[in-house]
Design a binder for this molecule. Sequence first.
Ligand code: SF4
Length: 334
Amino acid sequence: MTASSPAEPNAPILLEARDVVKHFPIRTAQGRQQVRAVDGVSLKVRTGETLGLVGESGCGKSTFGRCLVKLIDPTSGSVLFDGEDITHMSRRELRSRRTGFQMIFQDPYASLNPRRRAAATVEEPMRTHGMGTDQEIRARAIHLLQTVGFDESYANRYPHEFSGGQRQRLGIARALALSPRLLIADEPVSALDVSIQAQVLNLLADLQEEQKLTYVFIAHDLAVVHHIADRIGVMYLGELVELGGSTEVYNNPRHPYTEALLSAIPVIDTDTEVRERIVLTGDLPNPIDKPSGCAFSPRCRYAQDICRVEKPLLQIQLDGREVACHFPVATGAK
Ligand code: SF4
């Protein structure tokens, strides 16, 4: 796998989330309640950067990703793309902005029309946006298919004639059709074999370098995210609990939840590093009824009384890391 090149530290902010909240109302035996899928997430992504978002399934990362590209509307908070607030834009206003940001899904098959051939699949967004003559659109579709590694013979194949990795590459070609600046990739490799994962990650890294793309890369696997991201944000129960440089977060987690996530990753070179396996007890709490104080407290091995009553805020630590914890893991502790 190829790590992406580090983003310019002073590159302009391309994407900003301000206190994004997404609650889903549901009916339960207790009456109407709210699933608090995303509970106040703020972050900024610079042009050319890859931000990795990790957390267990159900932590809200995919819902947050959908809010970022306005596939769903946040309950409150705002999303700015290239300095412009897109949160309350009408569909019409959004249409012209949508060329700037696209999403790649975990299961490209579900998002590809099974009756549309590969070239027509890539052409479709260009036709919708009136981006040239039939000939120009066809030529660009063929070029995009080649960019993701297909020769022209694939142009007339249907999605079911592609393997899982090939379908993901077709999904990427389609996402690139409108020359976006930002790609939100939601678990783009988690359904693929490990060997194919590396191919798709390398393709994404190459495309980023060639086309100066910005990525938000959502995954449950910290080891995968570490290879592709410049920074990593860790989410737990709809909240960001740690945010920092990829290498720093991976090598020296400061939030107890990040520490536990990392401890589950096997260490290859046991001569140089031994990682204590931390077993997370209990399931992820119900996002309808979140624990008081720190949401991680029922599963945290460092929890003290204050943790159960006072919610820790995401705060910048002396090492520049942002951590939401009353007792962050010490720098250098493993
Ligand atoms: Fe654990 Fe307390 Fe930190 Fe929460 S605030 S992660 S319970 S130490």
